[in-house]
Ligand binder design. Structure first.
Ligand code: PLP
Length: 378
């Protein structure tokens, strides 16, 4: 039996989402650029889907652009901001614990004339707005800060950073990677005054291969990501992935219909899991993440790669830090400055609407047995 406890890596697609996608693939399969009714129906469907997601995000549909994933949205946001602020300067502020979809493009930019300041989290995994204030300069062109850290579940002060930039009359643009925060914690780019915000479909019950970027209407002539046939208002060409778009919108619709209930359920699962797993001798919590769906723990001396493969073989899916790092110690764990044996044993358990107490009980039993049958490293 499968016990899926890795919802921060990706989520299962509910049947209604798969059905919405199947309808598009088999019936409403027209190209939205085509002039005949089948094409125009596909165009209307895309518009409806954009409106659903925009409403959930609290923005105008015109401010929301579909992309192929959160990574694409992050890359586009950075390049759009640097282009928009090209006369402001070449200094960028971000955190040391962003997803690699931010850190890798910034690494390339740092090799090409940009200066990047990386804000370090404290031992609980948090970043303070005062750190942004200290790092902010006249030539800061971009501040990129995630809403929820994908490994610790810490919520970052995005709203406060937007306020700070206003108070300081900074010309820096603010990008927020909200891939882990959207529909999990309060997220209001328009109300907060965020300029760019990245989303991803497969973290909220949608399919993989679809993301979105919010670009504030304050941007005049944002830099196109993909010049070509002119889709997405001329900014991101390529025939629209209509089935993926329909799946993303359906998933958002489903989550929004029971949003508080889903958040409360994830929080209850997290609380239950924390209590149960911390009763295992020597297990510790890592960081103090408040997001309802992510719990980071460590079994000092028991390498997380072994835990993940041992439990995986029993059908229990969880991750060692971020699933993207495949065995390498994650930069987030490194940034927390944990003792070596603790850092080596960090695991991330993450929850969704489908998670049950039985999933957590199975994880608890398997971890207890893992600890009994393995010797800890020195
Ligand atoms: N940003 C964060 C915080 C993430 O957790 C992820 C995926 O794990 C991404 C960006 C990348 O999203 P995608 O997998 O849609 O490219």
């Amino acid at each position: 039996m499968l016990h899926y406890l890795d919802h921060a890596a990706t989520t299962p697609v509910p049947p209604a989402v798969a059905q919405a996608m199947l309808d598009v693939l088999t019936n409403q399969f027209g190209n939205p650029s085509a002039q005949y009714p089948l094409g125009q129906e596909a165009k209307a469907l895309t518009d409806r889907c954009r409106a659903v997601i925009a409403e959930a995000l609290g923005c105008h549909p015109k401010e929301l652009y579909f992309t192929s994933c959160g990574t694409e949205s992050d890359n586009w946001a950075i390049h759009a901001a640097l282009w928009q602020g090209r006369h402001v300067g070449r200094h960028i502020i971000t955190t040391a614990v962003e997803h690699s979809a931010i850190l890798e493009p910034l690494r390339f930019l740092a090799q090409n004339g940009y200066e990047v300041t990386y804000l370090k989290p404290d031992t609980t995994g948090h970043i303070r707005v005062e750190q942004v204030a200290e790092a902010l300069r006249e030539d800061t062109v971009l501040v990129s800060m995630m809403l929820v850290n994908n490994e610790t579940g810490c919520i970052f002060p995005v709203k406060e950073t937007a306020q700070l930039l206003r108070e300081k009359k900074s010309r820096a643009l603010l990008h927020c990677d909200a891939v882990q925060g959207f529909l999990k914690v309060p997220c209001d780019p328009v109300g907060w005054g965020v300029d760019l915000m990245s989303l991803s479909g497969h973290k909220v019950g949608g399919p993989k291969g679809i993301g979105a970027l919010y670009i504030s209407e304050k941007f005049r002539n944002p830099r196109p990501l993909l010049p070509g046939g002119g889709q997405e208002n001329g900014l991101r060409s390529g025939t629209e992935a209509t089935a993926q778009i329909a799946g993303f919108a359906k998933a958002v619709e489903l989550r929004c219909a029971h949003l508080q209930e889903t958040i409360d359920h994830m929080q209850a699962m997290k609380d239950y899991c924390r209590e149960k797993l911390l009763s295992i001798d020597t297990m510790v919590e890592v960081g103090k993440g408040q997001a309802p769906h992510i719990l980071s723990l460590a079994l000092p001396g028991y390498p997380s790669a072994n835990i993940v493969s041992d439990l995986g073989a029993q059908g229990i899916c969880l991750s060692a830090g971020s699933a993207c790092h495949r065995g390498k110690q994650s930069h987030v764990v490194t940034a927390l400055g944990l003792p070596k044996r603790t850092a080596a044993g960090v695991i991330r358990v993450s929850f969704g609407p489908e998670t049950t107490r039985e999933d957590i009980d199975a994880l608890y039993e398997a971890l207890r047995l893992h600890k009994e049958k393995r010797f800890p490293m020195l």
